[in-house]
Write a protein that binds this ligand. Structure first.
Ligand code: GDP
Length: 445
């Protein structure tokens, strides 16, 4: 994505290479970019201010590790802060109550309450093996009651009838009584929404809350609402003790900034994300993936993080120095490289984080097979004696057979590994040591 925060930051720091710390003087411009990126992602202004202040505090004085420049390091900090803020307290539905556990759904009309009620019913039936009853308290819109009936059927749950001539509190009491007598584990209560916040609506849902004493009070909010989500969230938070958030319409093209706003304003954890109109379109909220979406760079941030966490820069530097000093590259070094690949989270996991174009290209490669290969190579080298690893020339027919037997492979595989090692050794000689660091840097940036 052209406007990715990482690109902007990288451009900004082009002329400050070699700076090893994030300082008051180099951080200002970078923070401005962070602020812009968050506003572009539709995070509400007061939330952005708060967030940027926290990032600044964490960033100042930070050492910039390994091959990262300060811009990339800041992306890492922003990302971690986003994940920490949005991911805090993420958990499945709490059902720790005397059955039936009551779940109250709150939110504006059109937010996706009714759809989400049915999605949750399905989730609780399939994943938690619960017996689930739904009921609608929306006495203002007969169509809403019918809609709940339809989607509840699709979810495979039971629906408790209600009608526009009843009072929401009476409906709730009757449904609760029925759920108790019929041994339901969970009662999901869909409520009336209005197009905008109004006092009568808030009073009504407060009364419902007091009567039902729900174990979960979920605030359902449309991720496409962007900046407006803040006002809605604030009104519902003031009216009700919210225990969780469901962000709907995440399949839309919003950058998802509402997640950060709503999380920060309500203090309630984001539990689920709605990802389609269909009944199975509900996912447990994934803060890491969502942070990438807000920053507009897919999973690139995660990749940067993984590379810096996984690559042991000290080991790489030692290796580079060794090759440079003419000590040569031996099988122990080869093994260290193979292990580094593994540390980086495995090939297929790494590929998952790559942008889709690269993934498509890599599609022809069988990742599982590649990983199995790595493990076999590791096994072969581990079957060698320390002397053999330092002096691979010693490995002739008898030793090869012993090594193959030890690793549980054919002799041909030992040969193949030795060939590969020789090629790598040749490459290392050509690069005269400096090349390896460059290679690593390219991976890190
Ligand atoms: P309510 O008024 O809060 O009960 O909202 P509804 O459940 O009736 O949903 C309003 C509209 O949003 C309906 O057309 C739903 O199909 C749609 N909707 C709800 N959740 C999602 C979602 O996660 N993704 C998409 N694409 N549409 C959704």
């Amino acid at each position: 994505m052209a406007s990715a925060l990482s690109d902007k930051l990288s451009r900004l720091v082009k002329d400050m290479r070699g700076q090893a710390r994030i300082t008051e003087s180099n951080v200002q411009d970078m923070l401005r970019e962070v602020r812009m990126a968050l506003l572009e992602a539709d995070v509400a202004l007061p939330v952005v201010r708060d967030f940027v202040a926290r990032v600044k505090e964490k960033a100042l004085g930070q050492e910039v590790v390994g091959s990262l420049n300060p811009g990339q390091a800041l992306v890492g900090i922003v990302n971690r802060e986003l994940v920490a803020t949005m991911g805090e307290g993420v958990s499945d539905i709490n059902l720790a109550a005397q059955p039936p556990a009551v779940i109250l759904m709150a939110g504006l009309q059109g937010a996706g309450k009714t759809t989400t009620t049915a999605k949750l019913a399905k989730h609780l039936i399939e994943k938690r093996k619960k017996k689930v009853l739904t009921v609608s308290g929306d006495v203002y819109r007969p169509a809403a009651i019918e809609q709940l009936k339809t989607v509840t059927r699709q979810a495979g749950a039971e629906w408790f009838p209600s009608s526009p001539d009843q009072k929401p509190l009476d409906i709730a009491a009757a449904a609760l009584d029925f759920a108790r007598k019929q041994y339901f584990d969970v009662l999901l209560v869909d409520t009336a929404g209005r197009l905008a916040i109004d006092e009568a609506l808030m009073r009504e849902i407060r009364e419902l809350h007091a009567a039902l004493r729900p174990v979960e009070t979920l605030f359902v909010v449309d991720a496409m609402q962007g900046q407006d989500a803040v006002n809605t969230a604030k009104a519902f938070k003031d009216a009700l003790p919210l225990t969780g958030i469901v962000l709907t319409k995440m399949d839309g093209d919003s950058r998802g900034g509402a997640a950060l706003s709503v999380r920060q304003i309500t203090g309630a954890p984001i539990k689920f994300a709605g990802v389609s109109e269909k009944i199975d379109g509900l996912e447990v909220f994934d803060a890491e993936r969502h942070a990438g979406r807000i920053l507009g760079m897919g999973d690139i941030v995660a990749l940067v993080e993984q590379v810096t966490a996984g690559v042991d820069m000290q080991a790489a530097q030692k290796l580079a120095a060794k090759v440079k000093s003419g000590e040569g590259f031996d099988l122990d070094d080869f093994l260290a490289q193979i292990r580094q690949m593994k540390q980086m989270g495995g090939l297929s996991q790494l590929m998952d984080k790559m942008p889709s174009q690269i993934q498509a290209k890599a599609g022809q490669v069988d990742m599982d097979k590649a990983e199995r290969d790595i493990r076999r190579k590791e096994g072969i080298i581990c079957s060698m004696t320390p002397l053999e690893r330092r002096k691979p020339d010693l490995i002739k027919a008898t030793r090869k057979r012993r090594i193959a037997a030890g690793a549980g492979v054919q002799v041909q595989e030992v040969n193949r590994l030795l060939n590969e090692f020789e090629q790598m050794q040749g490459m290392m000689k050509k690069m005269k040591g400096g090349g390896l660091m460059k290679m690593m840097k390219r991976m890190g940036g």
